[in-house]
Design a protein around this ligand. Structure first.
Ligand SMILES: *Cc1c(COP(=O)(O)O)cnc(C)c1O
Length: 390
């Protein structure tokens, strides 16, 4: 058995509690995301700064606050514990010396989607799921296919027919059944729903089951641990469904309760594309939920999310942290991918480059001061998007 201290699931909207050892998707009462809750007092007895120093270099080092209970259900491909790199040369160029990049491109399948999917698939496997399905326009599908292969479970992937070849080929090679759909990601979602009803597939769409969030929150634990348990002034995060941002915000609260960090929080910045910026619009209009973005268009596949079920959780984290939301044009992502590449040696996904574009704008406007510490998330490798610069 792992040291998981998982106790129950709680709705992020209405607060209703549910048994954690039953397979769940959204809250049956209000159709919003369910959050995993732990016995943090118990977790704090063994999850200590000293004990962590001895643990494996993967996200499984935080097992007390992860949901998987059986060792044999923990699927492991080397996910997490990615480097947090200080980028002095990049920092000098943009006028912000304390610039750091959390390089998520080193995860299995080349993106941080591995963090979420390892947890969703491990837990689904543990709870007896037989077949998995996902609608995806990018990295999530590859990550799901990889962990489904590791678990020996059949996987069904529905992708828009214009998805770049690399994403499609990756899923097929990893053994997933790929169906191309003429339409958008939302149309793919409809297909998955049909399969859920007809064949009993388990839907691992983001925030539609509770555990992808748990995998993604480990980025918050890692940033804290890698910075000596003092969080940076600013975190810039490329936001699609927002799972990573919501997850990190949850991780900070858990860490404070366990006595690992104090009450100081980074200002959380959501970056989106000007071609699809529902969170930026909602932030500016000061609404609780975000309206669907019509005609979503961006080369950053991870940011082409016109509506997010966790919108209220994203907006809440940004606001409570004193953060902001900002949209950048695709051209700036493509340009600043080169800047990052030449100054750091990291070939970022356009989503990662969007963080740098946002940082440059926020430095110019004075919202970020030049002596502040800033962590950018390079959420994936640029290699899968090489066609954009070819
Ligand atoms: C999915 C994805 C994102 C967006 O992540 P969310 O947590 O869903 O907001 C950003 N970058 C890349 C490379 C992605 O694949």
């Amino acid at each position: 058995m792992t040291r998981s201290t998982l106790t129950h699931l709680e709705c992020g909207k209405c607060g209703e509690s549910y048994d954690a050892d039953r397979l769940m998707n959204l809250c049956p009462a209000c159709s919003r995301p369910l959050l995993a809750r732990y016995d943090l007092a118990k977790a704090a007895q063994t999850l200590t700064k000293a004990s962590l120093a001895e643990r494996e270099p993967s996200l499984w080092r935080y097992e007390e606050v992860l949901p998987v209970r059986r060792d044999d259900a923990c699927l492991k491909l080397g996910e997490g514990w990615t480097p947090l790199l200080h980028a002095p040369s990049l920092g000098a160029e943009i006028g912000c010396a304390n610039t750091y990049i959390k390089d998520e491109s080193l995860n299995p399948t080349g993106s941080f989607k591995a963090r979420g999917l390892v947890m969703a698939v491990s837990r689904a496997y543990e709870l007896g799921v037989k077949e998995l399905a996902i609608p995806s326009a990018g990295n999530a599908a590859g990550a799901m296919a990889a962990y489904a292969a590791a678990a020996g479970l059949p996987a069904y992937v529905f992708m828009p027919s214009d998805v770049p070849m690399t994403f499609r080929v990756e899923c097929k090679l990893l053994g997933a059944q790929v169906t191309l759909v003429d339409g958008l990601i939302t149309d793919c979602g409809v297909k998955v729903k049909e399969g859920v009803q007809k064949h009993g597939w388990f839907d691992v769409s983001t925030l539609k089951e509770p555990y992808r969030l748990e995998g993604k929150k480990t980025m918050g634990y890692e940033v804290a641990e890698q910075m000596g348990w003092r969080l940076p002034d600013v975190i810039i995060y490329p936001t699609g469904g927002g799972t990573g941002l919501i997850g990190m915000w949850k991780a900070f609260a858990e860490m404070e309760q366990m006595g690992l960090i104090d009450a100081k929080r980074p200002r959380m910045v959501s970056v989106q594309s000007t071609g699809c910026a529902p969170m930026v619009r909602a932030f500016e209009e000061e609404t609780e939920h975000a309206e669907l973005w019509k005609g979503a268009k961006t080369v950053a596949d991870g940011l082409r999310v016109p509506a997010a079920v966790g919108d209220f959780l994203i907006l809440n984290a940004i606001r409570r942290s004193g953060g902001t939301a900002i949209a950048v044009p695709d051209e700036e992502m493509l340009t600043h991918a080169r800047t990052m590449g030449m100054r750091t040696g990291i070939f970022p996904a356009p989503e990662g480059a969007a963080c740098l574009a946002a940082q440059i704008r926020l430095l110019k406007s004075g919202w970020i001061k030049k002596d502040e510490s800033v962590v950018l998330f390079n959420t994936g490798t640029g290699l899968k998007y090489a066609h954009l610069w070819a």
